[in-house]
Design a protein around this ligand. Structure first.
Ligand code: BGC
Length: 766
């Protein structure tokens, strides 16, 4: 009691005369005193400094406010320290595919600080293996910790609403269930190291075109069922340390200024306990951001701090609101390695991480086509490698999602290391093209927008024919790359004339000799397949596989690893088939001020399946070198009450070992709302099954899986009626079905009325 009174007296004295009056040695220290005591003694200026990061040297955004502490050069941001309260600065770094820091430091030429480039998010999701993704997270988290970073600005988890989004490679899927579970697995893995994550970009940052200001106009239902649902799953299943609000507006309000989003939904409904930070320079009004519950402004600017101080002084910002933001930042700091004074080594185990990256990459590659068992390759074959991608792979996208690596493994190396014999004449042509290009396009660490790809050389007919004569099989790589700051163009979806001509010439030459041609897709998002896929024997979708690219692709091509990935995003026949093709990226086209999501809930397979629009490769699709049969589908009851357990047995009926991804879709009755024909509500992957071996997978369906969001009632409601469980090898390849009944309509959850669109959206209906 005495202490409390003493502190109160001191606090008042302090507020009257400023902080020099407080005896320094008596000041409460972070970790030793409750944060509320520290906050009571902080000056307004200190509070404003805690909620706005240390700033950044960046032209056009004013002066730097506090020197970024410089501990980890190349990190994206810091939080401010206040030494008199024992508050250390902390380090925030990108990004989703690996630690993005500078590989070299001034005055330190003896060491390097390279990081592991993990496979991109889209590839990891295609593994459909949450245990694997968690394992990647554990390795990734160790690297984060050993490089002295407190929070990694990852995973990225926006819904792949349209295939042209330039950052889709960073994200997981078109489906919220896959995205949410993948993000949770990654967060749980990373955070098991005692470092933090920042799931991003919350929410509906589904395009790069005018990303800083575009107003995404979305119905409450589409928001709840798709764009928020993935974040909801991740928050509830992994409690990420922080959430990063996005740049865009939703229904008229910047997400970082939306109390509906950051407080009512994220905290009150979902129970999020951590801190929210802005995306870099995101939003406009720092006071509105504080009120919304966006606790930390990154990278922080002097004018933001001043605006907050002024607002408290003139009464437009209640200091209690600011105190709460400060409290959340301090509670975050308490959890960091910086606070624990963790002695990081700067020598993470890059070797073991490379192996993990390679294994994960192989497990997320998708075999799209394999006519007459063209793959796996026969041992020690002579291989004709066509395309720059065979010699210089695209390991990941660009922008903050890129990673600076010490090396990359090309397919040419990956194959030759395991006994294949690449064509040397072709190698000479491609390598000299790469070298020549490097002179005009030196490699840069961080490129925004559409990145430069080394142009493909024009091959002469004699080059192609002599390879077809001399080699056993042709492998042709097609590359795409994109990244932060720009969306892909429609042309990027289609093969260029040069690509088509070259692929046809190579295919014809090999087929004329009775030899096969394999295509490897080294891409970050869907491309058109219909016009050319019939002319090739096999297609492996390798995505952007991280620094061990060539080894991982060789593992799958050679049959060392059975391909077990499946698509977590649809490959449409033509771009116009995308449900959002007309509305993406919004109007006006050159700098969209608004983007109306008029496809509503019909994104990805929800659209293609419901409206029977043919795809090139559907959601959930992927082949293997072996075969699986499904049997013994059982439901725990014929009628639903509280939850339903579903089991199914998968047997490897083929000749080689392999793993199978099994998907559980649910069709719900259409009583009050229209519904997609089916929606994914569960998935699982078998262990490595020997030929003849079986495994039984178990899925649990909870009431929310049955429900849709009813806008009028702001509630998740499961209609009474018949529900059909569909067990699929893909969304179009349903192997077994069984139904159950829900006797009475259930109100599963009542939510706030929030983020209401101010205009009527003419949404697509079934
Ligand atoms: C990106 C974020 C990133 C941040 C810091 C922003 O431009 O949108 O994803 O974490 O920069 O680099």
């Amino acid at each position: 009691m005495e202490t409390v009174q003493f502190r109160q007296v001191i606090a008042v004295a302090f507020l009257l005369v400023g902080h020099t009056a407080f005896p320094q040695e008596k000041l409460p220290q972070l970790g030793h005193a409750p944060v509320s005591e520290i906050i009571k003694l902080m000056t307004l200026k200190e509070k404003a400094s805690i909620v706005a990061g240390t700033g950044m040297r960046f032209q056009g955004h004013g002066a730097v406010i506090g020197e970024a502490d410089g501990r980890v050069p190349g990190a994206a941001g810091n939080t401010m320290s206040i030494t008199r309260f024992g508050i250390p600065g902390t380090v925030l770094s990108d990004g989703p595919a690996g630690v993005r820091i500078d590989p070299f430091r001034k005055g330190d030429s003896t060491k390097s600080y390279y990081a592991t480039a993990w496979p991109v998010g889209t590839l990891l999701a295609s593994s459909w293996d949450t245990a694997l993704v968690k394992k990647v997270g554990v390795g990734f988290g160790n690297e984060i910790k050993e490089y002295g970073i407190d929070v990694i600005l990852a995973p990225g988890m926006n819904i792949q609403r349209n295939l042209l989004n330039g950052r889709n490679f960073e994200y997981f899927s078109e489906d919220p269930y896959v995205s949410g579970y993948m993000a949770a697995a990654m967060v749980n893995g990373i955070q098991s190291n005692g470092v933090g994550t920042s799931i991003k970009h919350f929410a509906a940052n589904n395009q790069e075109s005018n990303r800083n200001a575009v107003n995404a106009i979305i119905s409450e239902r589409a928001l709840r069922e798709l764009y928020l649902r993935s974040f909801e799953i991740a928050v509830k299943r992994s409690q990420p340390t922080t959430v990063m609000s996005s740049y865009n507006k939703i229904n008229g309000t910047y997400t970082s200024e939306s109390n509906d989003l950051l407080t009512k939904i994220l905290r009150e409904e979902w129970g999020f306990k951590g801190m929210v930070m802005t995306d870099w320079f995101g939003g406009k009004d720092p006071v509105a951001q504080m009120k919304a519950g966006n606790d930390l402004l990154e990278p922080g600017t002097p004018w933001q701090q001043q605006a907050i101080i002024d607002a408290v002084k003139n009464g437009t910002l209640d200091v209690k609101v600011l105190d709460q933001n400060v409290e959340r930042v301090l509670l975050y700091i308490l959890k960091t390695p910086s606070f624990r004074k963790y002695q990081y080594s700067n020598t993470p185990d890059l070797k073991s991480h490379a192996t993990l990256s390679r294994n994960a990459a192989a497990d997320g590659m998708v075999l799209l086509k394999n006519d007459n068992s063209a793959l796996p390759l026969t041992k020690n074959q002579k291989v004709a490698l066509f395309g720059i991608g065979c010699y210089k792979p695209v390991i990941g996208g660009t922008g903050s999602g890129a990673v600076v690596v010490a090396y990359t493994v090309a397919l040419e190396k990956g194959l030759s290391q395991i006994g294949y014999v690449p064509d040397t004449a072709l190698k000479t042509i491609y390598v000299s093209q790469i070298k020549a290009d490097l002179k005009t396009h030196p490699e840069k660490n961080m490129v925004l927008g559409s990145p430069h790809l080394v142009p493909e050389p024009e091959l002469r007919a004699t080059d192609i024919n002599s390879a077809a004569d001399h080699d056993d099989i042709g492998i042709f790589t097609i590359r795409r790359n994109a990244g932060e700051g720009a969306d892909r163009k429609v042309e990027d979806f289609y093969l260029s004339e040069a690509e088509k001509t070259q692929l046809k010439a190579v295919g014809d030459a090999f087929h004329a000799k009775g030899k096969k041609i394999i295509v490897v897709l080294n891409i970050g998002g869907a491309i058109e397949m219909e016009s050319w896929s019939k002319n090739v024997d096999a297609i492996l979708l390798a995505w952007q596989p991280g620094l061990e690219a060539g080894n991982a692709i060789a593992d799958v091509l050679s049959g060392g690893v059975d391909p077990s990935g499946k698509l977590a995003t649809t490959f449409p026949v033509k771009y116009e088939d995308e449900p959002s093709a007309k509305s993406f990226p919004g109007t006006p086209a050159n700098r969209p001020a608004e983007s109306i999501y008029d496809e509503g809930i019909y994104v990805g397979y929800r659209y293609f399946n419901t409206f029977s629009v043919k795809t090139s490769y559907p959601f959930g699709y992927g082949l293997s070198y072996t075969k699986f049969t499904y049997s013994n589908l059982k439901l725990s009851a014929v009628a639903f009450s509280k939850k339903m357990t579903v089991t199914v047995t998968v047997t490897n009926t083929g000749k080689v070992v392999g793993k199978e991804v099994v998907q559980l879709y649910l069709s719900a009755p259409h009583k009050t709302l229209d519904k997609p024909s089916e929606e994914l509500k569960g998935f699982g992957k078998t262990r490595l099954l020997q030929p003849g071996a079986s495994q039984t997978l178990t899925f649990t369906i909870d009431p929310k899986n049955l429900a849709s969001f009813n806008t009028e009632k702001s509630s998740w409601i499961a209609d009474a009626g018949k529900y059909t469980v569909k067990i699929g090898a893909s969304s179009e390849d349903i192997r077994m079905t069984k139904s159950f009944a829900l006797a009475k309509t259930l109100i599963v959850e009542k939510d706030h009325k929030a983020i209401v669109p101010q205009v009527t959206i003419k949404e697509l209906k079934n």
